[in-house]
Design a protein around this ligand. Structure first.
Ligand SMILES: Cc1cc2nc3c(=O)[nH]c(=O)nc-3n(C[C@H](O)[C@H](O)[C@H](O)COP(=O)(O)O)c2cc1C
Length: 448
């Protein structure tokens, strides 16, 4: 992560805070207030580690981290998914890579307290690397972890690949936990691949085949050389304890559940190591929860709809539940076809709004305007009851079953559009000059 921190700093995209701050609620307050600003807190009271947060909270920062052109994130991810590059040579464990290698002690790390009423200190940006059974290839996934003691945590494990690995191996799985990896690994770990395909292959493809990995000392699991902190140990799915309360994606408290305990047996950190946090329900969290859904929606929708202007998983919908899709309609069913395909592609979605391509899906005022002037519930409303939703939605049933609505605000293909288009004032150079001078006058009086 060091290289990424340097490039953010070089571009003035990192706010470095040198005043003393507490890891108890102070850092999370700043990160939730200024969600699109990357921060490095250098002076954390009681700790020698710095704390970094909101590093990848904007697409601009993610694109910088991946070393790709602005506006090409989704295309770059699609290319990496199409052309994964298996991890190359993995160096043997080297003490020289770490400033410290030894007994795990989580009390040395500035693990944050984030919100009132949470159960305790939570690791929030840790990536679990675990081997697919009988292979030398690793699955990567994020899991929040409640600190229980110097070497134990309990982790929230939604039944996906780590769970499957445990099922196939009798419930006790060796793992390495990575905190503060290079951005390619962070991004790849958030993706939902088919079982057996390693997120490292995607990270390596995003790195142009240059991802540097090294073996963990005890588990032999590959971890990025450029990691801030690595912990090694095992998760035991037979050893459960209460996990939560914890604030999740929606900004509400998730249920308390019995979840497996992880025991760490080794800890490593680099010199001047920085602890990375992702505060739940911030832009950074919703972006990385939304990205895999957006990729799935793009894939399915592009096969059903000839021309898509854009897809917006809206921030207030946690980047996860609400979607606006702007399309060029060729036939009258396209609005509803788009809605149904979005629901089919991404099970957490609860609301899909389809608009014509003259509406920018990222301009939510324009989207609401389209609803108010083009939508009729008698013909444009679609309701689905009893469908699969997400356990993250507090209003869904315990089983995760939910209701969904689609709002088709697209106009019929042969509709005379004049009545529905927003009136314009064509700006002549003279009008532009008047506008410019008024704008200057407003700025000079402090009004914008
Ligand atoms: C910041 C962040 C936190 C997450 N926290 C959890 C978590 O606590 N538990 C969980 O099961 N998934 C969590 N996820 C989702 C998984 O990491 C994600 O779905 C991942 O792709 C699953 O990997 P898999 O497909 O290899 O199973 C989180 C994702 C992000 C981006």
């Amino acid at each position: 992560m060091k290289e990424f921190l340097s490039s953010l700093k070089a571009r003035n995209l990192l706010t470095v805070v040198s005043d003393k701050v507490s890891p108890d609620f102070q850092i999370s307050t700043v990160l939730t207030k200024f969600q699109e600003h990357a921060f490095l807190f250098e002076n954390v009271s009681g700790f020698s580690f710095g704390v970094a947060g909101n590093l990848l909270a904007t697409r601009e920062n993610v694109e910088l981290g991946l070393g790709i052109e602005k506006g090409t994130l989704l295309e770059s991810l699609e290319a990496a998914l199409k052309h994964p590059i298996p991890k190359g040579h993995v160096a043997n464990f080297r003490h020289s890579d770490w400033a410290f290698s030894g007994e795990p002690d989580l009390s040395k790390l500035p693990v944050l307290k984030h919100f009132d009423n949470e159960a305790g200190r939570y690791l929030t940006a840790g990536i679990v690397a675990a081997k697919f059974p009988g292979t030398n290839s690793e699955n990567l996934s994020f899991h929040r972890m409640l600190v229980l003691s110097k070497n134990k945590v309990t982790a929230r494990i939604v039944p996906r690949h780590l769970n499957q690995i445990a099922k196939e191996t009798g419930g006790k799985v060796p793992l390495s936990l990575i905190i503060g990896p290079p951005p390619q690994v962070f991004v790849a770990a958030s993706l939902q691949l088919q079982y057996g395909l390693s997120e490292y292959d995607i990270a390596n493809s995003l790195s142009g085949g240059k991802l540097e990995l090294v073996s963990s000392e005890l588990t032999g699991i590959s971890v990025p050389v450029d990691s801030e902190i690595v912990l090694e140990g095992f998760i035991d799915f037979h050893d459960l304890t209460d996990e939560g309360p914890f604030v999740d994606l929606t900004g509400t408290y998730d249920d308390v559940r019995k979840q497996p305990i992880i025991t760490f047996e080794r800890m490593h950190y680099s010199s001047d190591a920085v602890y990375q946090a992702v505060v739940a329900s911030t832009r950074e969290h919703s972006m990385f929860m939304g990205l895999p859904q957006e990729l799935k929606i793009r894939d399915v929708l592009s096969k059903a709809i000839p021309k898509i202007r854009g897809i917006n998983l809206t921030p207030a919908g946690s980047g996860y539940f609400h979607c606006v899709v702007s399309i060029d309609k060729l036939s009258d069913g396209d609005g509803k076809t788009a809605i149904v395909n979005c629901f089919a592609a991404s099970h957490p979605l609860k609301l899909v709004i389809a608009v014509d391509s003259d509406i920018d899906p990222f301009d939510l005022t324009a989207v609401e305007w389209a609803l108010s002037t083009r939508f009729q519930s008698a013909t444009g409303l679609l309701q689905i009851n009893g469908a699969r939703g997400s356990s993250l939605d507090p209003s869904s049933a315990k089983s995760g079953v939910t209701s969904k609505i689609g709002l088709d605000a697209t106009l019929p293909v042969n509709q005379d559009r004049k009545k529905f288009e927003r009136a314009k004032i064509t700006e002549t150079p003279e009008e532009q000059a008047v506008l410019d001078s008024i704008q200057r006058a407003l700025y000079s009086t402090g009004m914008k």
